[in-house]
Design a protein around this ligand. Structure first.
Ligand SMILES: [Zn+2]
Length: 161
């Protein structure tokens, strides 16, 4: 067992690092050789993998894009059953910039950066993050609209472009 927390991103448009590799065509032999402990990608990509044993040990990260509905409870349950690791949702903007990240406590998605969103919740979160939260499955469309005008200043976004 390799304890290194490696992440395979199964969709194009992201920057690679030592521990993050991008597989633009999705899961393939090369991705398997990389032996990721976590995978990240849009729900439709992940749905294709639920019959495989990927040997994940950390997390599944589901990308949701501006115009889409958030991750459904059915998908969330399926991914949990199939992959056997916690499922976290992330909201991405049009340029793959990170907008909001589901927290460890699964109480919502914390906004990344310092813009405002409607319906945001500023109460302290069990996970310790001070960033405001969106309720799960917030109206991401509204958020995305706000962000088009927001400066591109998202701290440690994994995206390039
Ligand atoms: Zn939190």
């Amino acid at each position: 067992m390799n304890p290194t927390p490696r992440t395979a991103i199964l969709t194009p448009g992201f920057q690679e690092t030592k521990l993050v590799r991008v597989f633009p065509q999705g899961w393939n032999e090369e991705a398997a050789k990389f032996e990721p402990s976590s995978i990240a990608g849009p729900a439709d990509q992940l749905r294709r993998l639920t019959k495989l044993d990927l040997g994940l040990r950390h997390a599944v990260i589901v990308f949701t894009y501006g115009v889409e509905a958030g991750l459904s409870d059915d998908d969330r349950d399926n991914f949990w059953d199939a992959f056997g690791v916690p499922v976290f949702e992330q909201y991405l903007g049009r340029g793959n910039e990170l907008l909001a990240v589901e927290c460890d406590a699964h109480t919502g998605l914390h906004l990344v950066g310092d813009f405002e969103a409607p319906d945001q919740d500023r109460r302290a979160c069990a996970c310790g993050s001070p960033n405001p939260r969106l309720p799960r499955r917030a109206r991401i469309g509204e958020l995305a609209e706000l962000l088009i005008e927001a400066p591109m200043a998202f701290g440690d976004a994994t995206a390039t472009r």
